[in-house]
Design a protein around this ligand. Structure first.
Ligand code: SF4
Length: 401
């Protein structure tokens, strides 16, 4: 089995007791059945603590009952895990052992990554200065690990090629990152038009259409041809007519603050930024003009790489992942604009904190991601032409009027 990982993946180390926002606090800790059965057989006082802490839900899921302040009952006052200290690392269940690593299985292929909800994972991503690379290795086929998604080989080939092209667009440093996001939105619009057609055909026609579609995807993989996507973005901006930047910013903040909050502080922060829209818009413009865009590139690559295949497979919706990627980066840049307004500059630590909070509030909440997906289709303020306008319009310091 081939395995794909971002190049920084093997460097991940949990900062354990030094972590400022431990994943052992505030998260549901579910136990796989093998671990739960093993824990039930542990003897002595630790065994007693384990049995007392485990609860089985109506859905027959075994969880640790969280303690005071939503802490895992085995997280000790020194910030260390009693189970690791007393039983060793190998005693941990899958979730505790793997987090924040995630894995996605495809036929003959596995993709690994590090979720942004962990500050050390966010630090690794946001510290990358070069365009992010992915490494491919071979591993023996494991038995019963994860469920493959079941792509047909043609579909898988096309979607992987489309994702590679999307990543090349996002990493094409000839253009400012804002334009690259607009180009990705144009590319997503193009995929949205032809992917369902390719999928609905059968037999000979299907094979021909796949070849044509792959040709198109290959064409835009070349940095020299990506000007065409920028032209499309420019056309979309001129067709959409004059827009109101503050209104778009207000729409983005209002949409995120209407999601189900997971922790106190997050919706209040968004509402606070919403109340300073005019100042925020000015600060965002400065970021747009002055920031190197490196952090936004890495974030965009993370979101697009992680969600594109699933979005196409489960919902036949390339634009869903593309728009989620662009909107996530826009929201994170607005959070930066708020910090810049208050502190004059945005540090790496600030960016790590924002990325982690965003991931915990939105990315790792299936309910919130689904809600956002609906709004991306229905909400006028979040339509691709508005996002493209926001990213590239001349009055924003961009190239199009
Ligand atoms: S959030 Fe990350 S660094 Fe912190 S305890 Fe969890 S895995 Fe370790």
């Amino acid at each position: 089995m081939r395995v794909k990982q971002p190049s920084y993946y093997p460097s991940f180390r949990c900062s354990a007791e030094s972590c400022q926002d431990s994943c052992c606090i505030g998260w549901e800790i579910s136990l796989d059945s093998e671990t739960a059965n093993r824990y039930r057989r542990v003897e002595d006082s630790l065994g007693e603590r384990l049995r007392k802490a485990m609860q089985v839900t109506e859905e027959n899921e075994t969880l640790f009952r969280l303690g005071l302040d939503q802490r895992c009952p085995f997280l000790n006052p020194d910030g260390l895990c009693d189970l690791i200290c007393q039983l060793g690392k190998d005693s941990l269940g899958e979730i505790c052992r793997e987090h924040p690593r995630f894995h996605q299985w495809y036929p003959g292929f596995r993709e690994d990554g590090l979720g942004l909800c962990c500050e050390e994972a966010a630090r690794l991503l946001l510290s990358q200065e070069k365009p992010l690379e992915f490494i491919l290795t071979e591993e023996p086929d494991p038995e019963g690990e994860g469920e493959p998604l079941g792509f047909s080989p043609e579909r898988a080939r096309l979607l992987w090629a489309a994702r590679t092209t999307g990543l090349r667009i996002l990493q094409n440093r000839r253009y400012p990152v804002w334009e690259r996001l607009a180009m990705l939105l144009s590319f997503g619009g193009m995929l949205e038009e032809f992917l369902p057609v390719v999928e609905s055909e059968a037999g000979q026609d299907c094979a021909k259409l796949y070849t044509e579609a792959e040709g198109l995807v290959r064409e835009y993989a070349s940095p020299d041809r990506q000007d065409g996507l920028l032209e499309m973005a420019g056309q979309i901006v001129s067709d959409s007519g004059p827009q109101d930047r503050q209104r778009i910013i207000g729409g983005i903040l209002a949409c995120f603050s209407a999601l189900e909050p997971n922790r106190p502080g997050w919706p209040e922060r968004l509402e606070e930024l919403h109340s300073k829209q005019a100042l925020l818009a000015g600060s965002w413009e400065e970021i747009r003009r002055e920031d190197s865009g490196m952090a936004y590139e890495q974030l965009a690559v993370y979101f697009f790489d992680r969600y594109f295949l699933d979005s196409c497979w489960y919902w036949d919706d390339p634009m869903g992942a593309v728009a989620f990627c662009a909107l996530s980066v826009l929201l994170l840049s607005l959070l930066d604009a708020g910090i810049k307004l208050e502190k004059g500059a945005v540090s790496l630590e600030d960016r790590i904190e924002s990325a982690k909070n965003y991931s915990r509030e939105v990315e790792y909440s299936l309910e919130n991601r689904e809600q956002l997906g609906e709004w991306l289709v229905e909400d006028e303020e979040l339509q691709p032409e508005r996002l493209i306008w926001m990213l590239t319009a001349e009055e924003q310091g961009g190239r199009f009027s």
